[in-house]
Design a protein around this ligand. Structure first.
Ligand SMILES: [Zn+2]
Length: 211
Protein backbone atom coordinates (compact mmCIF):
# COMPACT_ATOMS: atom_id res chain seq x y z
CA UNK A 1 0.00 0.00 0.00
CA UNK A 2 1.25 3.46 -0.85
CA UNK A 3 -0.73 5.40 1.71
CA UNK A 4 1.46 6.68 4.48
CA UNK A 5 -0.18 6.92 7.86
CA UNK A 6 0.92 7.88 11.31
CA UNK A 7 0.34 6.69 14.84
CA UNK A 8 -0.58 9.65 17.01
CA UNK A 9 -0.80 9.88 20.79
CA UNK A 10 -2.67 12.89 22.11
CA UNK A 11 -2.56 12.81 25.88
CA UNK A 12 -3.95 14.99 28.61
CA UNK A 13 -5.28 14.86 32.15
CA UNK A 14 -8.88 14.11 33.06
CA UNK A 15 -11.20 16.91 32.06
CA UNK A 16 -8.89 18.12 29.28
CA UNK A 17 -11.64 17.63 26.67
CA UNK A 18 -9.89 14.73 24.94
CA UNK A 19 -13.16 13.00 24.14
CA UNK A 20 -14.75 16.24 22.90
CA UNK A 21 -11.76 16.75 20.60
CA UNK A 22 -12.07 13.17 19.33
CA UNK A 23 -15.76 13.69 18.57
CA UNK A 24 -15.11 17.05 16.89
CA UNK A 25 -12.47 15.33 14.74
CA UNK A 26 -15.00 12.63 13.80
CA UNK A 27 -17.50 15.33 12.84
CA UNK A 28 -14.91 17.06 10.63
CA UNK A 29 -14.11 13.77 8.91
CA UNK A 30 -17.81 13.27 8.15
CA UNK A 31 -18.07 16.75 6.68
CA UNK A 32 -15.13 16.01 4.40
CA UNK A 33 -16.43 12.51 3.53
CA UNK A 34 -13.34 10.84 5.00
CA UNK A 35 -13.56 7.26 6.20
CA UNK A 36 -13.03 6.75 9.91
CA UNK A 37 -13.91 4.44 12.77
CA UNK A 38 -14.19 5.20 16.50
CA UNK A 39 -13.01 2.55 18.93
CA UNK A 40 -12.70 2.29 22.69
CA UNK A 41 -11.38 -0.26 25.20
CA UNK A 42 -14.09 -1.86 27.33
CA UNK A 43 -13.49 -1.12 30.98
CA UNK A 44 -16.84 -1.86 32.53
CA UNK A 45 -18.44 -4.87 30.86
CA UNK A 46 -21.84 -3.75 32.20
CA UNK A 47 -21.62 -0.85 29.77
CA UNK A 48 -23.77 -1.97 26.85
CA UNK A 49 -23.98 1.28 24.88
CA UNK A 50 -21.26 1.22 22.29
CA UNK A 51 -20.99 4.96 21.98
CA UNK A 52 -18.39 7.56 22.84
CA UNK A 53 -20.02 10.50 24.60
CA UNK A 54 -18.76 13.82 25.81
CA UNK A 55 -20.14 16.20 28.37
CA UNK A 56 -20.82 18.73 25.61
CA UNK A 57 -23.56 16.44 24.33
CA UNK A 58 -22.26 14.89 21.13
CA UNK A 59 -21.73 11.19 20.68
CA UNK A 60 -20.65 8.69 18.05
CA UNK A 61 -20.99 4.96 17.73
CA UNK A 62 -17.84 3.00 18.49
CA UNK A 63 -16.46 -0.50 18.25
CA UNK A 64 -15.42 -2.02 21.57
CA UNK A 65 -11.88 -3.18 22.08
CA UNK A 66 -11.73 -6.12 24.50
CA UNK A 67 -8.63 -7.03 26.46
CA UNK A 68 -7.90 -9.86 24.01
CA UNK A 69 -8.99 -8.11 20.79
CA UNK A 70 -6.34 -8.43 18.10
CA UNK A 71 -6.60 -5.04 16.41
CA UNK A 72 -4.42 -6.03 13.47
CA UNK A 73 -6.70 -9.01 12.85
CA UNK A 74 -9.66 -6.63 13.07
CA UNK A 75 -8.15 -4.41 10.35
CA UNK A 76 -7.23 -7.45 8.25
CA UNK A 77 -10.84 -8.67 8.41
CA UNK A 78 -11.96 -5.22 7.24
CA UNK A 79 -9.48 -5.39 4.37
CA UNK A 80 -10.52 -8.89 3.32
CA UNK A 81 -14.17 -7.83 3.29
CA UNK A 82 -13.94 -4.40 1.64
CA UNK A 83 -10.48 -4.43 0.01
CA UNK A 84 -9.70 -1.33 2.03
CA UNK A 85 -9.18 -0.22 5.61
CA UNK A 86 -10.58 3.06 6.96
CA UNK A 87 -8.27 6.07 6.61
CA UNK A 88 -8.57 7.10 10.24
CA UNK A 89 -9.00 5.21 13.49
CA UNK A 90 -9.97 7.36 16.48
CA UNK A 91 -9.29 5.56 19.78
CA UNK A 92 -10.69 6.91 23.04
CA UNK A 93 -9.31 5.98 26.50
CA UNK A 94 -6.16 4.66 24.84
CA UNK A 95 -4.37 4.32 28.19
CA UNK A 96 -6.38 1.11 28.66
CA UNK A 97 -5.01 -0.56 25.52
CA UNK A 98 -2.55 -3.36 26.19
CA UNK A 99 1.02 -2.79 24.95
CA UNK A 100 0.38 -5.59 22.41
CA UNK A 101 -2.65 -3.71 21.07
CA UNK A 102 -0.55 -0.55 20.65
CA UNK A 103 1.93 -2.62 18.62
CA UNK A 104 -0.97 -3.95 16.54
CA UNK A 105 -2.11 -0.37 15.84
CA UNK A 106 1.41 0.50 14.70
CA UNK A 107 1.30 -2.42 12.28
CA UNK A 108 -2.04 -1.20 10.90
CA UNK A 109 -0.35 2.15 10.21
CA UNK A 110 2.69 0.54 8.60
CA UNK A 111 0.96 -2.15 6.52
CA UNK A 112 -2.30 -0.46 5.52
CA UNK A 113 -1.29 3.21 5.61
CA UNK A 114 -4.17 4.13 7.90
CA UNK A 115 -3.80 6.87 10.50
CA UNK A 116 -4.49 6.03 14.12
CA UNK A 117 -5.11 8.79 16.66
CA UNK A 118 -5.05 7.60 20.26
CA UNK A 119 -6.50 9.90 22.92
CA UNK A 120 -5.76 9.09 26.52
CA UNK A 121 -4.30 9.81 29.91
CA UNK A 122 -0.58 9.85 30.56
CA UNK A 123 -0.68 8.61 34.17
CA UNK A 124 -2.95 6.96 36.73
CA UNK A 125 -4.06 8.37 40.12
CA UNK A 126 -0.70 7.36 41.63
CA UNK A 127 1.11 9.46 38.98
CA UNK A 128 2.52 6.44 37.15
CA UNK A 129 2.27 5.70 33.43
CA UNK A 130 -0.51 3.46 32.21
CA UNK A 131 0.87 0.47 30.25
CA UNK A 132 -0.89 1.50 27.04
CA UNK A 133 0.36 5.07 27.36
CA UNK A 134 3.92 3.92 28.00
CA UNK A 135 3.88 1.90 24.78
CA UNK A 136 2.42 4.86 22.88
CA UNK A 137 5.18 7.15 24.17
CA UNK A 138 7.67 4.53 23.03
CA UNK A 139 6.49 4.03 19.46
CA UNK A 140 4.05 6.76 18.32
CA UNK A 141 5.08 8.92 15.36
CA UNK A 142 3.55 12.09 16.75
CA UNK A 143 2.88 12.96 20.39
CA UNK A 144 0.88 16.02 21.46
CA UNK A 145 -0.21 17.22 24.84
CA UNK A 146 -3.78 18.47 25.26
CA UNK A 147 -3.25 21.02 28.01
CA UNK A 148 -5.61 22.11 30.72
CA UNK A 149 -5.25 24.38 33.69
CA UNK A 150 -5.30 23.76 37.44
CA UNK A 151 -7.38 26.11 39.63
CA UNK A 152 -4.08 27.84 40.55
CA UNK A 153 -3.26 28.60 36.92
CA UNK A 154 -0.51 26.03 36.33
CA UNK A 155 -0.78 23.20 33.83
CA UNK A 156 -2.46 20.06 35.17
CA UNK A 157 -0.21 16.99 35.47
CA UNK A 158 -1.81 14.68 38.03
CA UNK A 159 -5.15 12.82 37.93
CA UNK A 160 -5.90 12.67 41.65
CA UNK A 161 -8.49 10.24 42.98
CA UNK A 162 -10.68 11.59 45.78
CA UNK A 163 -12.74 9.96 48.47
CA UNK A 164 -16.22 11.15 49.46
CA UNK A 165 -14.72 13.95 51.58
CA UNK A 166 -12.64 15.34 48.76
CA UNK A 167 -9.39 13.98 50.20
CA UNK A 168 -6.85 12.46 47.84
CA UNK A 169 -6.58 8.67 47.90
CA UNK A 170 -3.14 7.11 47.45
CA UNK A 171 -3.91 3.41 47.47
CA UNK A 172 -6.18 1.16 45.45
CA UNK A 173 -6.46 -0.50 42.07
CA UNK A 174 -5.35 1.39 38.99
CA UNK A 175 -8.86 1.05 37.59
CA UNK A 176 -11.84 1.10 39.94
CA UNK A 177 -15.01 -0.20 38.34
CA UNK A 178 -18.38 0.92 39.60
CA UNK A 179 -16.93 2.68 42.63
CA UNK A 180 -17.76 6.12 43.91
CA UNK A 181 -14.35 7.51 43.11
CA UNK A 182 -14.07 10.98 41.77
CA UNK A 183 -11.08 12.44 40.04
CA UNK A 184 -9.65 15.91 39.78
CA UNK A 185 -6.79 17.04 37.56
CA UNK A 186 -4.32 19.23 39.41
CA UNK A 187 -0.82 20.61 38.92
CA UNK A 188 2.10 18.87 40.61
CA UNK A 189 2.53 21.60 43.20
CA UNK A 190 -1.12 21.61 44.31
CA UNK A 191 -1.01 17.80 44.45
CA UNK A 192 1.97 17.92 46.79
CA UNK A 193 0.59 20.71 48.97
CA UNK A 194 -2.73 18.91 49.41
CA UNK A 195 -0.93 15.69 50.37
CA UNK A 196 1.20 17.53 52.93
CA UNK A 197 -1.95 19.09 54.37
CA UNK A 198 -3.62 15.65 54.52
CA UNK A 199 -0.55 14.11 56.16
CA UNK A 200 -0.74 16.73 58.88
CA UNK A 201 -4.40 15.87 59.45
CA UNK A 202 -3.53 12.15 59.42
CA UNK A 203 -5.57 11.21 56.34
CA UNK A 204 -2.42 10.30 54.42
CA UNK A 205 0.53 8.33 55.81
CA UNK A 206 3.21 9.73 53.51
CA UNK A 207 4.66 12.74 55.30
CA UNK A 208 8.25 11.49 55.22
CA UNK A 209 8.24 11.25 51.41
CA UNK A 210 6.76 14.71 51.03
CA UNK A 211 9.33 16.46 53.17
ZN1 LIG B 1 -2.26 23.96 40.95
Amino acid sequence: MNRKGKLYFRYGTMGSAKTAILLTTAYNFEERKMSYLCMKPVIDTRDKDNVIKSRIGIQRRCEWIYHDTDLYRFAMDMYEKDMTVVDWFLIDEAQFLTPEQVDQLARIVDDFGSNVICYGLRTDFQSHLFDGSRRLFEIADTIDEIKSTCTCGHKTIINARMDGNGDFVEEGNQVEIGGDERYIAVCRKCWRNKRIEQSQRGTLPFLETLG
